[in-house]
Ligand binder design. Sequence first.
Ligand code: FE
Length: 228
Amino acid sequence: MLFRQLFDAESSTYTYLLAGRAGGEAVLIDPVQGQTPLYLQLIEELGLKLVIAIDTHTHADHITALGDLRSATACITLMGERTRAECVSAQFRDGETLGCDGVRLRALYTPGHTDESFSLVGEDRVFTGDVLLIRGTGRTDFQNGDPRDSYDSIFNKLLHLPDETLVYPAHDYRGCTVSTIDEERRCNPRLQVRSVEEYVQLMNGLRLPSPKLMDVAVPANLRCGRAA
Ligand code: FE
């Protein structure tokens, strides 16, 4: 499999490029608008054909490249069925298989950070969006986030994946690039709770500032990043 982890320094976002082989069809997960030229160049250099661009959820901290990529490559754009972004080509449901020649991803509904967040499960890895981060979990205090949903998504869905499953989140603010389910279960400080109540209390006590770009990014992302 061809796999690239790309980083947007401004928003600390990871974007993932997957393809079955060089010269084959490709999928991009959580692309950032400002990095579109980089993606297009890389896709061309590797001889890939971008067929699908996916957002795991409506991001509040950067503008999505979904609209621009669709214009540039005629790829289809996908988000989960609960999204309010009506601009996407299609929406996927829990349990649905997404992908292209050489890439298969199972959509796993994992609300909590937002009520429309999905994770994408591949053969040996999972793309967790902002639900499960490396040694952290995504905030639950806006965009219909809910700490109980986050707990349920993490403890009753993601942590049921095989221990060795690689965890690739949509962000990291310290420079960690990948983890595993087992590592997060043992070492993620947010997951060392004894009950859902304890987790809810922990998440509700975070009092984080709003993302700088939130008022711009959310409305823009409901239009797939295109101008109003
Ligand atoms: Fe997010």
